[in-house]
Design a protein around this ligand. Sequence first.
Ligand SMILES: [Zn+2]
Length: 340
Amino acid sequence: MAAKTPGLVCAHHHLYSTLARGMPPPPKTPTNFQEILEQIWWRLDAALDLEMIRWSAMLGALEALESGTTAIVDHHESPNAIEGSLDVIAAACAEVGVRVLCAYGITDRNGAEGAKRGLEENERFIKAGGNGLVGIHAAFTCSDESLRSAAALADELGVGAHIHVAEGVGDIEAPDRLDGLTSDAWLLAHCVHLPTNHSLRGTILHNPMSNLNNEVGYAKPARFTNPVALGTDGIGGNVVESFRLAYVMQRSVDVTCGPDTAWSWLETGWDLMPEARTDEVTWSYDPMDPWHIAFTPGIRPLEVKVDGEIVYTDGAPTRVDAAEVRARAAEQAERLHARL
Ligand SMILES: [Zn+2]
């Protein structure tokens, strides 16, 4: 027995974080979200070069495919390898056969020049025909000028922006800082500490596993009138897993809710990357119904078609050698961890 669905969409991913697993622990154990950013992610992203970014994206794309995810909304940062980084990610995903919507997350935490170069990377990539949004790390690491420039560039290019919003308490000023800048095409990741009544437009990207992992709290996305979509925030590309966790987290504060709401969040991904609707995943389980999936662990794809082509079958990708991707990614992880 097998059921089919369109290709799933991971609405918030960081492909650059795939090689973080097994990295050496930071000198001091982080005690809050700000310290997790400073001691883990901002050290890791600063150490990335284009070759590491390539194999990180290859492995991340492969793992997405192995989970039935054919489309990734990626948010990238590599302050010492900005120029060309989005091309590298797009090419890696294309090689594996996964769709990607790229963004370079601009920030002023490495100086105003860094923000400017990040903005230029978004502009260059999108103007060259790349599938992209304008990336912004978060309001709390950007000047008002950078936020305004990013919003203006997004308007000019006719795309949205992809930004972290009020993920931790350190970014509670985000709704004021972003007031008047957002549009319905914006993607607002996390929104854990965003007030229920706020003025921001765009789709809220819920990342339940990441939020638990960082002790930032539960976003309670059902309270918002904005559309809500599901992501992983870089912890793999398995959106079925995100759905199952989103359901039980909602259930943990409202025992009357069913899985249909969390499933509708997974379906919102198709509004962000509509081309994934034409992809086809044949699953190991039938029926692919929210009540079944919520309580069935280990559901996996048997076959994945992207744009009519079989890119995954019999437990393996068809375009790349999974063992080689894992081996090359492990080599790059070793280089990366040595730098840390
Ligand atoms: Zn994120």
